[in-house]
Design a protein around this ligand. Structure first.
Ligand SMILES: Cc1ncc(COP(=O)(O)O)c(C=O)c1O
Length: 387
């Protein structure tokens, strides 16, 4: 039979309608089907006072903005090159007041699209289904989904109350069961719990078959980094995560570092794409690392602001917990979700910790500059006044 074009089209349309059977797409891996997407309330935050994600609240060094403006357009068409960035990080760490315990080379440094990507890669490289990821609770929310997508079990040891003290004895005991990974957030987000370098080294030495990962995202605000004391030849099972997001103000560009034994860095690098870190952030990171005085001045201002706020909180007999990091926990009189919403209406973002173990009912307040904390405190007092 010979059909005209339009007749053929209408026959095909008719067939299609008859055969339209709605089928679901194929399932992902069972581990992924069980996961809930990790979602953070990241939209609609511009032009508000951002005290909700522990970000730098002032922006990066002017040198970073200059370097980005001078970025040649033709470089956008070229895959990124990373020459010099690892060395610049090592030089920056060596020249910090505490310095480094042993000489590091480029092979000791892994580059990632943010520490989030480093966490994902480490757990992907080391964690298999049925293995355990040991950590504390409550802690940073991205460790659990990364473990979950590998089919790992999570051993979450609560902090000791009062004071959210690091549960050293319980972690030591859990290490006897040889978990695949021990994830330490130091200082811990959100409780600020601090671990001394000697404690981290003791745990790593006690569990040579466990990869001990120390997430030092906030170490600049209160010290305690293990880097001035670690020799990765002696402690090859330790990996340290660092970032320029919260101190140098590069959160939006995404850059994270993993420092450790070259073999560990190599294995983690095997599960990342060759160009996962973009050229623009390489330029920005080089500029940020070259302007350490800017970052130091920001950190000092945050510490001044923190002291100011803590003094006010104490004076007003507020219930709060301030330890490490550029954040603290504050328990409002009313529901934390209500106070969070009312502060948002007043142009100030904070994070309700509703539903989290041990800290339900609290707000996590990031610390910015003294002026910003004064603005926060004024609004907070008006919103959470005596009934
Ligand atoms: C403890 C901790 N680790 C890692 C991250 C993610 O850092 P990055 O922005 O470098 O991916 C955060 C961000 O909030 C964090 O709090």
């Amino acid at each position: 039979m010979v059909c005209s074009g339009s007749t053929l089209l209408s026959v095909l349309k008719g067939l299609k309608q008859l055969e339209l059977v709605v089928t679901p797409p194929p399932d992902a891996r069972p581990e992924v089907e069980r996961l809930k997407a990790y979602s953070a309330p990241l939209e609609g935050r511009r032009n508000l006072l951002r005290l909700d994600f522990n970000e730098n609240t002032m922006g990066p060094s002017p040198r970073v903005a200059e370097a980005i403006r001078a970025f040649p357009a033709d470089q956008i068409a070229i895959y990124p090159e990373y020459d010099g960035l690892r060395e610049a990080l090592i030089e920056n760490l060596e020249s910090s007041p505490a310095g480094l315990a042993s000489a590091l080379t480029a092979a000791h440094v892994g580059l990632f699209n943010g520490v989030d990507a480093a966490i994902h890669a480490v757990i992907h490289a080391y964690g298999a289904a049925g293995d355990t990821l040991l950590t504390t609770s409550p802690t940073f929310g991205y460790y659990a989904p990364c473990a979950g997508m590998q089919g790992m079990a999570i051993g979450a040891v609560p902090h000791e109350l009062p004071g959210f003290v690091f549960p050293m004895e319980a972690i030591r005991a859990a290490l006897l069961r040889k978990p695949r990974i021990l994830m330490l957030c130091n200082p811990n987000n959100p409780t600020g719990t601090r671990l001394q370098a000697a404690q981290v080294l003791e745990l790593a030495a006690a569990a040579p078959e466990t990869l001990v990962v120390v997430d030092e995202l906030y170490e600049a605000f209160t010290g305690d980094s293990v880097l001035p004391s670690v020799d990765f030849r002696v402690v090859p099972n330790l990996l340290v995560l660092r970032s320029l997001a919260k101190t140098a103000g590069l959160a939006g560009l995404r850059i994270g570092f993993a420092l450790g034994h070259p073999d560990v860095v190599d294995r983690v690098g095997r599960v990342t794409g060759p160009y996962d870190v973009n050229s623009l952030v390489v330029t920005a990171a080089m500029a940020a690392l070259a302007d350490q005085p800017y970052t130091d001045a920001y950190v000092e201002e945050v510490l001044r602001a923190r002291n100011w706020l803590v003094t006010e909180l104490t004076r007003q007999r507020a219930i709060y917990h301030a330890a490490g990091g550029n954040y603290l926990l504050l328990w409002p009189r009313r529901s934390s979700e209500t106070v969070e919403a009312e502060l948002r209406a007043a142009g100030i973002l904070v994070r309700s910790m509703a539903g989290k173990p041990q800290i339900d009912g609290s707000l996590r307040i990031s610390i910015g500059t003294t002026e910003q904390m004064q603005r926060f405190w004024q609004a907070y007092q008006a919103i959470d006044s005596e009934p």
